[in-house]
Design a binder for this molecule. Structure first.
Ligand SMILES: [Zn+2]
Length: 386
């Protein structure tokens, strides 16, 4: 039997693994697997294609339906170029705060979830506590879908999934969906005095910018649906954050690269815009290729995160509302893995300790008070399983 570590001691261990999304998380996964095995809890890994990262999940208690999933991600954002006052991969407690990369987003919650394992066993829960830890959340929620698919196959279905992103322990029942396109406009280079013989990738990218402006005008002219009305802004936005192209004032640009992103409130469907943009790009490609065989459009959909739709009488939401007494309406405009759980048939809610404004920052921290309140809340979650 493993010695029972405090949540705080587990947090120290988790933060010490520098699991920046681009790097392997396997050392952390090894540690968690051994920690769980120490309590006689077996776990399953779901590897990524490279074999350098894995998600891990476990069922604590009887293998029956109706349990609760506590879900977190193991990866953290980089610290490169950030000015930290302390070592980001060592938890430092100061003035009622725990500093360290991931303390807030979201190894704090991961540590609390793992600290519930011996408690759930001690309480002899009648329905299981399930722990689910993903990878690559910070680079577009890539790791959770294969993990959840595997859980659906191998575990009895849980009644609720609590995704512990920082919400100050408020039940968040809706979040945005997002879709991102990475586009490469390929032109044909000639001296600009011969403009009609060339194809300017920059000029052609301008047509895509026009499309973006037009779709924003069109969307914003429509009355928002009741679910979208909960969000701010209450409509889908389409945004080009980056554009890069051309080499000189007198050469038709050979290349232009841009990203087009959609952010949709949970009442709207990102697919309709994604398919419309795809059709526009396919058509533009044909027109460019007709002008010169080297010209055209390459694009990929970089990632897409489904939104979390407020459920009517949702089990997960009900669980957290009952335990916190918070009956307010809370939606957020960032994406989480909650929409991916919901898409696979789980009732899902986002609720975790800490403030999202601390996430991704230099000197990231979580308040000791939030961490302790988070632990108390999760104990009550376990108590509902007895
Ligand atoms: Zn996060």
């Amino acid at each position: 039997m493993t010695e029972t570590l405090s949540a705080r001691a587990i947090l120290d261990r988790l933060v010490a693994f520098p699991t920046v999304s681009r790097d392997s998380n396997l050392e952390l996964v090894d540690w968690v697997e051994q920690y769980l095995a120490g309590f006689g809890v077996s776990s399953r890994r779901v590897y990524d294609a490279t074999g350098k990262k894995a998600a891990l999940y476990a069922n604590v208690g009887p293998e029956v339906e109706g349990g609760v999933v506590l879900s977190g991600h193991t990866d953290v954002v980089p610290v490169d170029g950030q000015d930290w006052s302390t070592d980001p991969f060592t938890v430092v407690e100061k003035d009622g705060r725990l500093y360290g990369r991931g303390t807030c987003d979201m190894k704090g919650f991961d540590a609390l979830a793992l600290a519930m394992v011996p408690y759930a066993l001690e309480r002899r829960v009648a329905r299981p506590l399930q722990i689910a830890l993903s990878y690559d959340e910070e680079v577009g929620c890539i790791g959770a879908p294969p993990m959840i698919d595997d859980m659906v196959q191998h575990l009895p279905r849980a009644a609720s999934a609590v995704i512990g992103e920082p919400t100050m322990l408020r039940p968040v029942t809706g979040h945005n969906a997002s879709v991102m396109f990475r586009i490469h406009v390929k032109g044909y280079e000639v001296h600009s005095s011969k403009l009609p013989q060339g194809v300017s990738a920059v000029h052609e990218a301008g047509r895509i910018l026009n499309w973006v402006n037009e779709i924003n005008d069109r969307i914003q002219a429509i009355e928002p649906d009741p679910v979208s009305a909960l969000f701010d802004p209450p409509f889908t936005t389409c945004h080009v954050g980056m554009i890069q192209g051309g080499t000189a004032h007198n050469i038709t640009a050979k290349d232009c690269h841009l990203n087009v992103g959609f952010r949709c409130p949970a009442g709207d469907d990102p697919e309709r815009y994604a398919s419309e943009l795809s059709a526009f790009l396919d058509d533009l490609h044909v027109r460019l290729a007709a002008r010169h065989p080297k010209a055209g459009i390459d694009y990929d959909r970089n990632f897409g995160v489904p939104g979390l739709k407020p459920e009517s009488e949702g089990r997960a939401e009900g669980l957290i509302r009952q335990l916190t007494g918070d009956n307010g309406t809370h939606v957020v405009t960032y994406g989480t893995e909650a929409g991916q759980f919901q898409e696979r048939g789980y009732s899902a809610v986002v609720c975790g300790p800490g403030d999202i404004s601390q996430a991704h920052q230099p000197d990231e921290w979580i308040a000791v008070d939030q961490f302790e309140k988070g632990e108390a809340l999760l104990r009550r979650v376990v108590d509902t399983l007895v």
